[in-house]
Design a protein around this ligand. Structure first.
Ligand SMILES: [Zn+2]
Length: 244
């Protein structure tokens, strides 16, 4: 029988990297599979003993927790040996609203990243999203920022500057279409998911401001603006359907 080496498998040995758990599968009473997302190593499925899991890893495999993961690649499996917790994001886990928002970021990342492919940019994006939620920036703006940048990282983000149909600069408002934003001429009378120029600027600011500027800007948003961002977020997340 011919046996092929798995090109995604690490060379046998010990590894250590910063990251977080994306998914878990309780495979049996003795062991569970965790999909950890690690710097330089990307997402990887690892085997971890299920019994005493919480205690053994000091909470390092709990949702939203970030830590230094120590792994061992055997000839057959990648094992989790130890987790040193670096940040537990306890404030997010204590608030139902922030928790559900944070878990939506995890779900999107989990769907978007490819196992065994280095995705440091997306790992940083996830970290930054959690920090912004913890800073109590409006979650609608944080999620819109995160979603557009995640789409951008995988190459499917709609342009926030040009009409997807004719390429004209979007100087006034714009309307959503399944392919992207349309200028007034191309959208004609369609006002489906219309963003006026102020709303369009808020979408751009959400997506593109620096981390520090975003904190200051988003905290000054009023409720009607965050509600509006939430409507545009609903349009934006549909762009993920292409990759599923
Ligand atoms: Zn156009």
């Amino acid at each position: 029988m011919i046996r092929f080496l798995d090109p995604d498998r690490l060379q046998q040995g010990y590894y250590s990297s910063i990251g977080t758990v994306l998914q878990r599968r309780d495979s049996s009473k003795e062991s569970q599979s965790l999909r950890v997302f690690l710097r330089d190593l990307g997402p990887r499925w690892v085997s971890a003993p299920a019994a005493l899991g919480k205690n053994r890893f000091g909470g390092g495999t709990e949702p939203l927790v970030w830590g230094e993961f120590s792994l061992y690649q055997s000839p057959t499996y990648l094992y989790l040996k130890e987790v040193e917790v670096k940040e537990d994001f306890l404030d997010l886990r204590r608030s139902a609203s922030l928790l559900s928002s944070a878990l939506r970021l995890y779900k999107m990342v989990s769907d978007a990243v490819l196992t065994a492919h280095e995705s440091n940019r997306i790992l940083v994006l996830l970290w930054s999203g959690l920090v912004l939620l913890r800073e109590l920036c409006p979650k609608e703006a944080v999620e819109l920022r995160f979603t557009w940048n995640l789409l951008h990282a995988i190459g499917t983000a709609p342009s926030l500057w040009n009409c997807v149909k004719c390429g004209a600069r979007l100087t006034a408002g714009a309307s959503w279409s399944p392919d992207g934003l349309l200028c007034g001429v191309c959208a004609r009378q369609i006002r489906h998911g219309y963003a006026n120029s102020a709303a369009l600027n808020n979408i751009r600011a959400s997506a593109l401001l620096s981390h520090r500027d975003f904190i200051k800007w988003s905290r000054a948003l009023v409720q009607s603006e965050t509600e509006e961002l939430d409507e545009h977020l609903k349009k934006l997340v549909t762009f993920f359907s292409d990759i599923r």
